[in-house]
Ligand binder design. Structure first.
Ligand SMILES: [Mn+2]
Length: 349
């Protein structure tokens, strides 16, 4: 940690000159560094409570050019069936992310010594048209992926994952999916509509965006309509893991199975914050009791290390329903954990 602070102090305060004392210190303290990566603004350069509110206090840039990974927001909630408010999710996740530090003390991941990362702002969706919004998201995510950059998306309601997967498929083909959620989100129609936050994975299957044998849904629960509620995703070959199967357990053994299931092919992570119990994450639109713990959420994301992850999202944070900001803080941490398990991230022993 001290080493990182020294390095970023040197980097942020003084442009490096060849042969300078500072250059020597820079090299000494960061021998693993191959180039000047972006780094979150150190807390001694700007108070955590200050500065422009970017994800993790990272530099902001206009597009994904030159980046290995981008954080990008999608401020929409027009697909929500019950409580709205997720349009405010990206903004509050960024605000709460000011507390995140750059090194993962639990896993040893040092993502900012390994990858070029920036916040590229929000995708300008159309608040009044879900159909246009889907096209806008597809186009923007496709452009990010085309540049070889992996998007980590701040949602937004879960509708967004459908057009995100369209954009991902344009670059990578059908992907495996690690999906954490209280709900399967594979309804056919809601109020007669095909595009909602309860239908994204039905549409994704229909359009061939998913490699169905490499899909897992973890945390499913809640009162249903009939005994057949999960028939459709099961028929597609999805692996379904009910929340009650996870109670009182570590999910590390499950994730070993999931890594086998995913193999070497491309994988996308979609984490609906309502997969966690509302005691931990009350700020969400369709809460269900008896959910996963924060620790289990961390085990799931950390268990994705070694997979060929090509992007991810954290959706359904609805700030009006959690004035403490804890739900958004949890979401911000889970996005950081996703960053930490991307291919190419350096780990200390
Ligand atoms: Mn969902």
């Amino acid at each position: 940690m001290q080493r990182n602070l020294v390095r970023c102090f040197v980097r942020s305060k003084a442009p490096l000159l060849n042969g300078s004392v500072k250059q020597v210190r820079h090299i000494a303290f960061s021998t693993r560094l191959r180039k000047d990566f972006n780094f979150p603004t150190p807390p001694d350069d700007m108070p955590r409570s200050g500065g422009i509110s970017s994800m993790m206090r990272l530099p902001i840039q206009r597009n994904a050019q030159g980046l290995d990974v981008c954080f990008v927001g999608i401020p929409m909630d027009s697909g929500a069936s019950n409580r709205s408010g997720t349009r405010l999710g990206p903004r509050q996740i960024r605000a709460e992310s000011c507390l995140l530090r750059p090194y993962n003390t639990a896993t040893g991941a040092a993502p900012f010594e390994s990858l070029m990362v920036a916040d590229i702002g929000d995708i300008p969706i159309n608040t009044y048209s879900l159909a246009k919004t889907v096209d806008i998201i597809h186009k923007h995510i496709g452009a990010i992926a085309e540049l070889g950059c992996k998007p980590l998306v701040l949602g937004g309601d879960h509708t967004i994952t459908y057009p995100i997967l369209q954009g991902i498929k344009d670059k990578h083909g059908p992907v495996g999916l690690v999906h954490v959620d209280a709900h399967s989100d594979t309804n056919d129609l809601m109020f007669g509509e095909r595009v909602t936050h309860g239908t994204p994975f039905r549409r994704a299957v229909e359009e061939g965006l998913l490699d169905c044998k490499r899909v897992v849904q973890i945390g499913l629960r809640g009162p249903g309509y009939t005994e057949n509620d999960y028939d459709w995703p099961e028929k597609q070959g999805f692996k379904l893991v009910m929340a009650h199967e996870c109670w009182h357990k570590s999910l590390e053994p499950l994730m070993a199975e999931v890594r086998q299931q995913m193999g070497n092919g491309p994988v996308y992570i979609s984490f609906d914050i309502d997969g966690l119990d509302p005691a931990f994450a009350p700020g969400t639109g369709t809460p269900e009791i008896g959910g996963l713990t924060v620790m289990q959420g961390l085990e799931i994301v950390r268990g994705c290390r070694g997979m060929n992850i090509v992007g991810g999202d954290l959706v359904e944070v609805s700030p009006p329903y959690d004035t403490t900001g804890t739900t958004a803080l949890t979401g911000a941490n889970l996005l950081f954990e996703m960053l930490c398990v991307l291919p190419g991230v350096h780990y200390s022993s």
